[in-house]
Design a protein around this ligand. Sequence first.
Ligand code: UDX
Length: 442
Amino acid sequence: MRMTVIGTGYVGTVHAACMADIGHEVLGVDIDADRIASLAAGRAPLHEKGLDALLARGVEAGRLRFSTSLAEAAAFANLHFVCVGTPQRPDSAAADLRYVDAVVEELGPHLRPGSLVVGKSTVPVGTAARIGRRLADLAPGAEVAWNPEFLREGRAVDDTMHPERLVVGVGSERAEALLRAVYRPMREAGVPVYTTDTATAELVKVASNAFLATKISFVNAMAEVCDAAGADVTVLARAMGADSRIGAQFLDPGLGFGGSCFPKDIRAFAARAEELGAGEAVAFLHEVDRINTRQRRRTVDRARALLGGAFEGRRIGVLGAAFKPGSDDVRDSPALAVAAAVQAEGGAVRVHDPQALDNARAVCPDLTYALDIPKACEGADLVLHLTQWPEYRAIDPAALAGVVRTPLILDARNCLDGRAWGAAGWAFRALGRPARSTGGAS
Ligand code: UDX
């Protein structure tokens, strides 16, 4: 099948490369000419496992091409996936739909009758219907569908090739048949397809993200209660997660969520529900957001207390800058926010990350960075573990103890082996766990 993928950011690049790899003829489109030139040469503009190989294969086979022209896109195919960004608006909590709207305005007049525009971007419920009304003027005979993606950074190619489910929101049998044909290899591999109206499809995405964010904030709220009660949140979370109705995933207590999706998506969801008169139903999402940002403050407060009440004149080694392991993304990164807050209070901070240092430097140029773990921790009065990279679990605590000034570590991700660190002479502290039980981390 022939199709275009409009917007070559995270979602679009991965979708375009995967669609070409399963045999479709794909044209990727973006307004950024440099990005398009790099993609056309088979180079991915972002770091994602397996993406470079897929891109190179698609480009070489001639099934994957790139352009900056939406007029060319409309001439190339009758099926268009819209994958442009929907960031938070600068002036409110709502989603900024300017990029989606710009695509509709520019592509619309070129569309041929019978074209199908398929949204993949995460949008407020009702966006597809609104686009449909606009297209009725701009491109009579064109249709809109919504097909949200659920991919995680670091696993985006695998999540696209082997999704747990596909959701297609359509307004006609023809659109449904087209999308079923697009995803035939996935369907044949047994992936379930949920076919519905566009509003439900839009909502599946935001509701899923809201649920996952709520799960994380729930366990972090329990960590606060554990701190107050002298209980251990890691054991609590494991025992809760053993109940299959609850499930162990997304129940890791710590510094909370960041990244380009969860924080803005829950805010945009609450804002949209308010517009619809259903704000009360999701008012708890404001609390989910507050609990999440509070973990950053709690980490800074705890670190300050561990240093006797002030950061001035103290050295702090920071392990982690990315918003999660396996990614070089620092957008709304809890780790970077904590590092910056500690520095703002006068701490001499040195930050290590296995992959995100370039991006961290661009966002926080005033922080000091270290290329290896010992350099970050040299002479430190306190080590902060802020992103749960496997590299940090592999640290030899005895060796690192020889580098710092005081062997004191705060594990804000609750995944280091407290017993091993304790045995190597460290004072090991964690969020949501009393000092006496941090040996139970393994
Ligand atoms: C998320 C969704 O998982 C994905 O389906 C959606 O399409 C986009 O948003 P992503 O942002 O890549 O994906 O990251 P994810 O792996 O879901 O982690 C989100 C954040 O939650 C990270 O900051 C992570 O560190 C944090 N997290 C996750 C926790 O703090 N505790 C957990 O138990 C799980």
